[in-house]
Design a protein. Structure first.
Length: 258
């Protein structure tokens, strides 16, 4: 039923084997998609090697650097897609960043620099990538981003990232409204807490997970694979009528009032 054969998918945000993007890449590959992978370059090339070794079994046909704060790298990544694939069907936006000062302590104390950087990387990057993806999604397409309930409700320590996610979720709606006439769908997955590199920077992530395990209807949090399965569904024709939505993959936590 879920067949992505013949679809070209660009996956951003793989840092290591705990990354949600890694769970998504595996499920897209299993469904038959042809993968392209971006990595965040660093001076010593450590991320590149780590991500390259990790994704090798999935045979990505494109593997390129893409720091979303770097215009040249964004242009170059989508230029490579145009040259090698000619068209893009799926864009997975699975990245975020906030300085430590934005993820604990007093919200009112967050600096202008930290605020701007976080929203640039975590929120604007979706809009920027959608701009480059649009002309390549000639046969329509699906854009999926990752968000968290901390973008609609106050979660202790999520602070700055909550603002970034609120902006991201609204960007999903505005992009969906614009791109719908090109048969490009834009949706977000609001995932339950999962231990990853990024989430470990949020103060008290383990407490969040334990809280979800007690309160969520399913009495547990979710896995990368479960998020990956929902992403594959949102990228497939099975979800052809869904756009502009935030789908909760959180073991039901979001419905609970207490
Ligand atoms: N882990 C959770 O509990 C959870 C829950 C809901 C949503 N999310 C969201 O899932 C997404 C993926 O996070 P994760 O938890 O898998 O952590 P992760 O650390 O594995 O992934 C974060 C990614 O962001 C990338 N990144 C940071 N700055 C970048 C930049 N300037 N340019 C390009 N890439 C950059 C990193 O390289 C990394 O690959 C994020 O949007 C996060 O907010 C995570």
């Amino acid at each position: 039923m879920l067949d992505l054969t013949g679809k070209n998918a660009l996956v951003t945000g793989i840092a290591n084997n705990r990354s949600i993007a890694w769970g998504i890449a595996q499920q897209l590959h299993q469904a038959g998609a042809n993968l392209g992978v971006t990595f965040l370059p660093d001076d010593k090339g450590r991320f590149e090697k780590k991500v390259r070794d990790l994704v090798e079994p999935l045979n990505p046909s494109i593997f390129v650097p893409c720091d979303v704060q770097n215009e040249e790298q964004i242009e170059s990544a989508f230029g490579t897609i145009a040259d090698m694939w000619g068209k893009l069907d799926i864009l997975i936006h699975c990245l975020a960043f906030a300085d430590k000062e934005g993820l604990s302590g007093e919200f009112s104390g967050i600096s202008r620099e930290a605020f701007t950087k976080s929203l640039d990387i975590s929120t604007y990057s979706l809009v920027r990538m959608a701009k480059s993806a649009k002309p390549l999604m000639k046969e329509g397409g699906s854009i999926v981003t990752l968000t968290y309930v901390g973008g609609v409700k106050v979660i202790p320590n999520y602070n700055l990232m909550g603002v970034a996610k609120a902006g991201l979720e609204m960007s999903v709606r505005y992009l969906a409204a614009e791109l719908g006439s090109h048969n490009i769908r834009v949706n977000g997955i609001s995932a339950g807490p999962i231990r990853t590199l990024a989430s470990s920077a949020v103060g008290g992530i383990l407490d969040m997970i334990h809280h979800v395990e007690q309160v969520a209807p399913l009495k547990r949090t979710v896995t990368q694979t479960e998020v990956g399965n929902t992403a594959a569904f949102l990228c497939s024709d099975l979800s052809s009528g869904i756009t502009g939505q935030i789908i909760y993959v959180d073991a039901g936590y979001e419905i609970m009032g207490m």
